[in-house]
Design a protein around this ligand. Structure first.
Ligand SMILES: O=P(O)(O)OC[C@H]1O[C@H](OP(=O)(O)OP(=O)(O)O)[C@H](O)[C@@H]1O
Ligand code: HPA
Ligand SMILES: [Mg+2]
Length: 185
């Protein structure tokens, strides 16, 4: 018998694979309805690396066609708190002027990454610019952000899995779990 990967490093499961998939199906339907009358395909901007897994499930849950673009920014490195200093590691390949754009994020923690990204993308003159995030930590958010859809509000604890990492590990877990504190203390 194989041991489940990372089993002794994860303290507990916060959101199971099934819970994630059910909610993402709902989010797809809700957002699809909001953009049902648009005359052009929406552009999903996946914020790498964390949102890579979420965007692939979310795009398939959307009942309307979408284009997928990728941008890589980093503010955490191998720490468990945001430095607030956001660096673009990979910019968009295409122009988003006059397009309906949805930023797809895995998590809003302090909100510093997204507040910086919103300011940056607004200067490129999209027709509309919205945020969809799988997770938000309401007790940690420092920035004032308008969010179109939130998958789950979660407690202010460091979580991993389903794209979220600690020092590049655990992105490949199919669920969201609490990392055992001994892994980072
Ligand atoms: O709301 P904030 O406090 O700014 O935190 C959220 C951001 O931090 C994480 O990215 P990270 O910088 O770790 O890069 P990664 O996606 O490559 O892991 C996460 O994917 C969000 O983009
Ligand atoms: O709780 C978190 N886990 C992993 N990455 C993160 N980036 C911001 N918050 C988190
Ligand atoms: Mg990270």
């Amino acid at each position: 018998m194989t041991t489940e990967k990372y089993a002794d490093e994860i303290e507990s499961v916060l959101l199971s694979e099934e819970t994630l998939h059910e909610r993402i199906a709902e989010m797809g339907a809700t957002i699809g309805a909001k953009y049902a009358d648009t005359d052009q395909e929406v552009v999903l901007i996946c914020v790498l690396k964390g949102a890579a897994i979420f965007v692939s499930d979310f795009a398939r849950a959307l009942p309307i066609p979408s284009e997928m673009e990728f941008m890589a920014v980093s503010s955490y490195g191998s720490s468990t708190s945001s430095s607030g200093v956001v660096r673009i590691l990979k910019d968009l390949d295409r122009d988003i002027a006059d397009r309906d754009v949805i930023i797809v994020e895995d998590i809003i923690d302090s909100g510093l990454t997204l507040s910086w990204l919103m300011r940056n993308l607004k200067t490129r003159n999209p027709r509309s610019l919205e945020i969809v995030t799988l997770l938000r930590k309401p007790d940690a958010v420092k920035a004032d952000l308008d969010i179109l859809e939130i998958g789950f509000d979660i407690p202010n604890e460091f979580v991993v899995g389903y794209g979220l990492d600690f020092a590049e590990r655990y992105r490949d877990l199919p669920y969201i779990g609490r990392l055992h504190p001994r892994m980072y203390s």
